[in-house]
Design a protein around this ligand. Structure first.
Ligand code: SF4
Ligand code: SF4
Length: 317
């Protein structure tokens, strides 16, 4: 069998669908999905299957809130052993970090903690930092004060608008996700049915949008063309991706949780500025990628931008 194809991207594995917070604007609509933890056997099968065909730069264990799995170390241990990606990182809101055993800290390379205002005074970041340092874990702390509109509760009116939003959407590159035996191009796609059904649709688009991880001819080519496709997903009809308007971060009220239907319009969900910047950036990126020399010249600048974007002044360390 041929060597697996290396894809220079991060791939997420959502091991927990639900969350212990209920952020308004959660791109994964985690506050509205039923509690579900991917069985360890499914996680193992998926990684074994995909690693036969492709490898990634980073495997990101994420959720919902991944630390809601009491067996998190078994997932991390398997992910490290199988060498599915060059490194293994974990994303968390930090609420359950203090409860983790020493083994947890030994199994991760990189830890991202999104500190939301509701947890800001409750997290002991000094102690988290100490544990990370003692275990050579790269710690990235992000203070997430702003959120953005993402999933909307009415279909976007025109195909042209869906296409423009898709072109500008960064999630299709940064949020490729595996969840329970299916590969998805973004982190919204696995869960949108559950949200739409809660607000009165009879949606069944999850399997139209995902690529099932089961044996088929030319699987490497299938995975590659699925991940790099120019065609919007079906769920893009109900999502403004990374072009949503800014929202102040807050928890949803009990009433909003039980009745998520909102009365927003396209005008107050979409940021035109984010849309046009996104389209320009995407076109620019395509041109750079086609030209190897320009790409090489710009690489240090892009690296610097990524560092500043994730860390710049926002980490207390
Ligand atoms: S912590 Fe993350 S996954 Fe949980 S509700 Fe907030 S944004 Fe969604
Ligand atoms: S716009 Fe489409 S690709 Fe982007 S996050 Fe939404 S559903 Fe996913």
């Amino acid at each position: 069998m041929a060597e697996p194809l290396f894809i220079d991207r991060t791939i997420r594995y959502d091991i927990v669908a639900h969350c212990n917070l209920s952020c308004c604007g959660c791109s994964r609509v985690a506050p509205f999905v039923s509690a579900n933890i991917t069985p360890l056997s499914q996680f193992k099968n998926d990684l074994i299957f995909v690693s036969k065909y492709v490898n990634f730069r980073t495997l990101r264990i994420i959720g919902g809130e991944p630390l809601l799995s009491k067996d998190i170390c078994s997932y991390l241990k398997f992910a490290k052993d199988i060498k599915f990606a060059q490194s293994v990182s974990l994303f968390t809101n930090g609420a359950l970090l203090e409860q983790q055993q020493d083994e947890f800290w030994r199994l991760i390379d990189k830890l991202y903690v999104s500190v939301y205002p509701i947890l800001k005074d409750k997290l002991n970041l000094r102690s988290i930092k100490e544990k990370a340092d003692n275990n050579s874990v790269e710690l990235i702390v992000d203070y997430s004060n702003d959120f953005f509109e993402h999933v909307i509760d009415y279909p976007i009116p025109t195909g042209k608008m869906i296409r423009n939003i898709y072109v500008a959407c960064k999630d299709k590159r940064f949020c490729n996700t595996i969840h329970n035996g299916v590969l998805f191009r973004c982190a919204t796609a696995p869960y949108i049915d559950e949200y739409l059904n809660k607000i009165g649709y009879n949606a069944n688009i999850r399997f139209l949008d995902g690529l099932r991880l089961e044996e088929a001819r030319n699987m490497t080519a299938k995975i590659y063309s699925y991940l790099f496709s120019d065609t919007p997903l079906n769920c893009c009809q109900y999502c403004v991706g990374s072009t949503g308007r800014k929202l102040k971060h807050r928890m949803l009220s009990k009433q909003e949780m039980s009745n998520p239907k909102r009365t927003k319009t396209m005008e107050n969900s979409l940021s035109k500025k984010a849309l046009w910047f996104g389209i320009i950036e995407e076109n620019f990126r395509v041109i750079i990628n086609r030209n190897v020399h320009v790409k090489r010249l710009l690489k240090p600048l892009l690296y610097l931008r990524r560092k500043i974007f994730f860390k710049g002044g926002r980490s207390p360390f």
